[in-house]
Design a binder for this molecule. Structure first.
Ligand code: AMP
Length: 400
């Protein structure tokens, strides 16, 4: 089945057309600057040159129309007509406690996603714009929702509850949800295959390290704890997010600086983390370059990031009573050898015997094992593929 995978943001829409029979990506691309002027569609059929189309898109419906036009264009298109698309899969950020797996989208499901917007005010409404646009243009094509939070719904209460009153959970749904679930699921499945052990015996720490980062403990194939929490702000310090801090700092800042909630939110989400500490950039490539040319704060930022990731690996090994594999994925995890080296140095007490030479020579963006053959704990670099998970789930549900 040919599945159109849609990842809609507030002003962007990423897409991939995937043939699920052979898991082949037929074409992919992105619409940017939707509804803000200067919109542009990037369309890349696999194996061919990318095409850019500059044309105003006043909303997500215009964007989906342009994507479909590009896919069926007589000379550069990849399908003859829209009817070849068997289903559409949508990435949805927040499924709350309501969704622990992917679902066929109905009007009732749309309503529930809307209700969950309270928990993800920036993301769910944008995801819904993508859903509504496709519904308008392709009303008879089945649509499936795949949730970033779903994989983490297996966490036990001691992992998902905070040390607040129980009412905070019962009345306001304040709990750990976790994010990047589709990625943690994909790479942990692959790691289980590579380990060649029965799934129920496996204990894996998956490190999704990108601009946003999260670490997950995957025991017996299920997420039992994860570093992001009620929102993606919790966990390791990230590109621009602060990660874990003493919650009293929020009150202190508001008092000292006379900041309102909006200001604190922006400070902690946009001006902290790697950017805030280094004063240079949120991008690990820039940090590495700055550090090499002697910028001490850039070096401290990366060291702090690696230290926090290492602490999670230790904590989750304890939570799982041992460890069989560590997985690195996403922009930083797949590409940044120095970050991996810093995280893995000094983990030999856990049985991690890293081959640092292999790590240094590991080709970017390719799957690799970077531990020595006898290492008790294996370390894998596994490129993530959230779109493929979405396409697989979508085809499976649409066929039913
Ligand atoms: P993501 O959020 O997964 O797209 O990852 C974005 C992050 O990956 C940015 O901080 C980039 O600096 C980092 N990244 C991407 N490519 C490389 C690379 N070749 N070396 C180091 N970091 C990289």
């Amino acid at each position: 089945m040919k599945v159109l995978v849609i990842n809609a943001g507030s002003s962007s829409l990423k897409y991939q057309l995937i043939d699920t029979e052979n898991e082949y990506v037929i074409a992919k691309g992105i619409c940017e600057r939707i509804a803000i002027g200067g919109s542009v569609l990037c369309y890349k059929p696999t194996g061919k040159d990318p095409i850019e189309v500059k044309k105003d898109m006043k909303n997500h419906t215009d964007a989906v129309k342009m994507v479909l036009d590009a896919l069926i264009a007589p000379d550069t298109g990849v399908i003859k007509s829209m009817s070849e698309i068997g289903a559409v899969g949508h990435r949805i950020v927040h499924g709350g406690e309501r969704f622990s797996s992917s679902v066929l989208i109905t009007d009732e499901i749309i309503k529930t996603i809307e209700e969950l917007s309270e928990l993800a005010p920036l993301h769910n409404p944008a995801n819904l714009m993508g859903i509504r646009a496709c519904k308008e243009i392709m009303p008879d094509v089945p649509m499936v929702g795949v949730f970033d939070t779903a994989f983490h719904q297996t966490m036990p209460p001691e992992a998902y509850l905070y040390g607040l009153s129980y009412d905070a959970y019962r009345e306001m749904m304040i709990r750990r949800y976790g994010f990047h679930g589709t990625s943690h699921y994909y790479v942990s499945r692959r790691a289980i295959e590579l380990l060649g052990k029965p799934e129920h015996e496996t204990r894996i720490v998956t490190c999704h390290l990108g601009n946003g980062s999260s670490i997950t403990a995957v025991k017996g194939g299920k997420s039992i704890d994860t570093s992001m929490g009620f929102t993606p702000l919790e966990g390791v310090p990230m590109g621009t997010r602060c990660g874990n801090i003493d919650p009293a700092i929020v009150m202190y800042l508001m008092d000292k600086k006379n900041w309102d909630i909006k200001k604190v939110k922006e400070y902690m989400n946009k001006k902290s983390g790697m950017l805030g500490i280094s004063g240079v950039s949120s991008d690990f490539r820039d940090l590495s370059a700055a550090s090499e040319s002697g910028n001490e704060r850039a070096k401290i930022a990366v060291d702090l990031f690696c230290y926090h990731v290492k602490k999670y690996i230790g904590a989750y090994s304890a939570a799982m009573n041992g460890l069989d594999a560590i997985v690195f994925t996403a922009g930083v995890g797949e590409n940044d050898r120095e970050v991996r080296e810093k995280i893995l140095a000094g983990l030999d007490f856990l049985g991690v015997d890293t081959d640092f030479e292999l790590n240094r020579n590991c080709p970017r963006g390719k799957e690799a094992v970077i531990t020595k053959p006898g290492s008790k704990v294996k370390v894998f670099v596994i490129p993530t593929d959230e779109e493929m998970v979405i396409a697989r789930d979508t085809a499976a549900l649409a066929k039913r």
